[in-house]
Design a protein around this ligand. Sequence first.
Ligand code: SAM
Length: 288
Amino acid sequence: LAIASIVQPEGRLIGFDQDAWALAHRAGPRLEGLPVSLIQANFSEMETFLKERDALPVTGGILLDIGVSSFQLDQAERGFSFSKEAPLDMRMNAEGSLTAAIILNEWSEAELLRIFSEYGEERFSRTIAREIVQQRKLKPFETTLDLAHLVVGIYERHKAWPPRGNERKSKPIHPATQVFQAIRIAVNDELGHLERFLNRAPSLLAPGARLAIISFHSLEDRIVKQAFKNFAQGCQCPAWFPVCQCGLRPTLKILTGKPVTASEEEIRQNPRSRSARLRVAERLPESS
Ligand SMILES: C[S@@+](CC[C@H](N)C(=O)[O-])C[C@H]1O[C@@H](n2cnc3c(N)ncnc32)[C@H](O)[C@@H]1O
């Protein structure tokens, strides 16, 4: 809303979300009357859409506000939440072919273990993956609570839930949080799309235009940080090469050494901003 209000009169804002519901029911009505085009697509495909609209190179900047939205978490029927019974879905794009149910009922134990430990940093990944595979032989996983109950049971057996003593003072994190997060990241191939977008990002921007990315997960932030570093450095030859062979020149200047995080006040007003990390870079001229 703030960006759409300042790009006038010559500018325009092109907004992408892969979630048709978010565009139709939230962004669309809120931005009505402003110079905004909304496109239901993955942001990793934005180059095609920007080209069609003669919007390349982007002169102002690109802002990605990624991850899952509060609306998605709060719409129980979409299956993102472990606290309400719903089909195991978790697709941000309702037309996507992969669902949480497919992952749980069809992926191998090794693949489940990988996503739980890599995307969820879940300490009981091995046991959870093993028990999912055992349980689905008896009855396939159908709802969010089928999965949440299995994870809670494992935590209880390891005496890691409910929290005791000191742990009870702070707000406890529900045992199924990381497993749900891992499955959601896998269903939506969130890291893959971010990497595909980043590979092309500098070539979408005009000199001086900015790239700002808000992420909510340490793996996403690491990918953004590394990509910014590579683009700011240019040459990717090994340090021991006497002369550059790759010919890559720096294309971005990093404007945020450390990621910008929400203030105490913002976290008080919006607790979900707690994990947000903002990194910003600026497109350098070709000759840099
Ligand atoms: C943190 S929310 C922010 C939404 C919006 N900026 C707001 O303030 O309400 C993230 C949104 O990004 C969308 N999203 C996440 N990854 C995406 C991707 N790869 N391509 C397109 N949209 C994506 C989600 O569907 C979700 O609506």
